[in-house]
Design a protein around this ligand. Structure first.
Ligand SMILES: O=C(O)CCC(=O)C(=O)O
Ligand SMILES: [Fe+2]
Length: 280
């Protein structure tokens, strides 16, 4: 056996999750992208009425599409996953009216956090803004219902590989050196399953290469994760979960009836000490 074929057990990194009910503080959010905690679970962060309206708008959206990039799911919005910058920003511009339609005239919860963070960070001399290029600007979020089969509706993955491979003209690649925060709002959740599973492992570039996922961070095999402890975040409609997207995570399959599992997802992180970028 050559050295490159020797497989090492994944290194275990401790996972620290902070839990709150109702209250969202910008300090907690910033703790995640500073790498001080691994995750934040906020229960009852937004109202049932807002959650139901967004879910209705998603289900009847004229911008609802099946993903065609090998990750099973239905979505409204744009994903930079496996895309060149030029295509991602063009897709974001095209999808913007449909993302806006998810919220109609609601006071929109993702924008609410973005604006609160922006204000708070400004006082600290840090700019927060949507990622952009001459081809356009990222959207505030994308909406997705995962539909993978087997034990995971969304297979175990990390959110960093896709950023590392985003290319130099993507503006985002600088963030991959720091913590990539993944912010998830849940407007609809099944009564059972659909948990966000977070493994105690933050793969390195060498780990990704050995697993054959260096360009995507998706999917990690069950065998690779066999010895790694994990935590399940049991989410309900109206919850928010924010995690360090460098840790392997996935979504367990839903078992509680036909209710849609809907997530509004965005990514953000430090591109420079004085600049945080936000994209989807
Ligand atoms: O749906 C979720 O809970 C997680 C979504 C996620 O991991 C992603 O979009 O990369
Ligand atoms: Fe993810």
């Amino acid at each position: 056996m050559t050295t490159s074929q020797v497989s090492h057990a994944p290194a275990i990194s401790p996972v620290t999750i902070r839990e709150r009910v109702g209250l969202i503080s910008t300090t907690d959010i910033i703790s995640v992208i500073k790498g001080e905690i691994t995750g934040l679970h906020i229960k009852n962060a937004f109202s049932n009425e807002v959650a139901e309206e967004i879910t209705r708008n998603f289900s009847r959206s004229p911008g609802l599409n099946d993903r065609k990039d090998g990750v099973p799911g239905q979505y409204v919005g744009a994903s930079h996953y496996r895309k060149a910058a030029v295509n991602y920003y063009a897709d974001s511009e095209d999808a913007r009216p449909f993302v806006d339609m998810l919220f109609c005239d609601l006071v929109e919860p993702v924008r609410g956090i973005f604006n609160a963070l922006k204000r708070d960070l400004q006082h600290k001399g840090i700019e927060l803004r949507l990622a952009q290029s001459e081809h356009g600007q990222a959207n505030i979020c994308r909406a997705i219902s995962w539909c993978g089969s087997g034990p995971y509706a969304l297979a175990p993955h990390d959110d960093v590989a896709q950023v590392l491979c985003a290319g130099n003209d993507f503006e985002l690649s600088a963030v991959a050196k720091n913590t990539v925060g993944a912010l998830n709002f849940y407007p609809s959740m099944p009564s059972e399953g659909g948990d966000l599973r977070l493994w105690s492992h933050k793969p390195t570039a060498a780990d990704r290469k050995a697993q054959g996922v260096e360009a995507t961070g998706y999917p990690y095999s069950t065998t690779y994760l066999e010895t790694v402890p994990y935590r399940d975040l049991q989410l309900r409609a109206g919850d928010i979960a924010l995690i360090d997207g460098g840790f392997i995570h996935g979504v367990t399959s839903k078992s509680g009836g036909e209710t849609l599992r809907l997530v509004l997802n965005s990514f953000f992180g430090f591109a420079r000490p004085d600049l945080i970028l936000w994209w989807t």
